[in-house]
Design a protein around this ligand. Structure first.
Ligand code: SAM
Length: 160
C-alpha cells in the first residue's frame, strides 16, 4: 500500500478513469542499459558526475543520427518509463497522506511516462553512448537524445 514500486496506491491519491489512448506515433530509437535491475535499485535522480557508467544502445537504423553527438559533453536523454502506472492524478511522495498533483512532481507515474535526464557523455562506441547520470531501469526504451541546452549553441541561422 505504501510504495510505488508496484501498483500499490497510497491513502488519498486520486486516480483517473483514463480515456482511450491516442496513437502519438512514438518510435523507440534504442534501449538504455543500466546496472539498475529493479525500481528500488534506481536512484531518484541520476548523478552526471558520480553515477555509474550506463550504455545507451541506439538502434542500428538510427546510427547516422548520432553524427557529431560527441561534440557535446552533456546530452539530454528522453526515455519511456515503461513500468510506470499512468492513472495517478495526485500522489503522496512521502506516504504521509499529503497530496501533490502529478504535474507538480518528477515522479515516474504520469499520464505519459516520459523521463528526462541530463547525462555526461563519456565516449561513443559506434552506436553506443557510454554516459553517466541515468536513473532508469535496465531495458528502459529510449525516445530521443538532444544536446543539453546549457552547452548548446544554435546551429541554424536566425529566423527572419
Ligand atoms: N530523471 C527522470 C525525470 O526527472 O524525468 C525520472 C525521474 S523518476 C523520479 C526516477 C525513478 O523512476 C527511479 O528512481 C525509479 O523508481 C523509476 N523508474 C526508473 N526507470 C523506470 C521505468 N523504466 N519504468 C518505471 N519506473 C522507472
Amino acid at each position: 500500500m505504501t510504495d510505488h514500486h508496484g501498483d500499490a496506491r497510497r491513502p488519498g491519491e486520486i486516480l483517473a478513469d483514463l480515456p482511450e489512448a491516442t496513437d502519438a506515433g512514438l518510435r523507440f530509437v534504442g534501449v538504455i542499459r543500466t546496472p539498475f535491475a529493479t525500481r528500488a535499485d534506481c536512484p531518484r535522480r541520476g548523478d552526471a558526475e558520480q553515477g555509474p557508467d550506463c550504455r545507451i544502445e541506439v538502434a542500428a537504423l538510427y546510427e547516422p543520427a548520432l553524427l557529431a553527438v560527441e561534440d557535446h559533453a552533456r546530452i539530454e536523454v528522453l526515455y519511456w518509463l515503461h513500468e510506470a502506472r499512468r492513472d495517478l492524478l495526485t500522489q503522496s511522495p512521502k506516504s504521509d497522506g499529503a497530496q501533490r498533483g502529478t504535474f507538480s512532481l518528477r515522479s515516474p507515474l504520469r499520464p505519459n511516462p516520459i523521463g528526462t535526464s541530463i547525462v555526461t557523455l563519456l565516449r561513443r562506441e559506434g552506436r553506443v553512448l557510454v554516459v553517466r547520470g541515468l536513473d532508469c531501469l535496465d531495458g528502459t526504451p529510449l525516445l530521443d537524445l538532444k544536446p543539453a541546452r546549457c552547452g548548446y549553441a544554435v546551429v541554424a541561422p536566425d529566423k527572419a
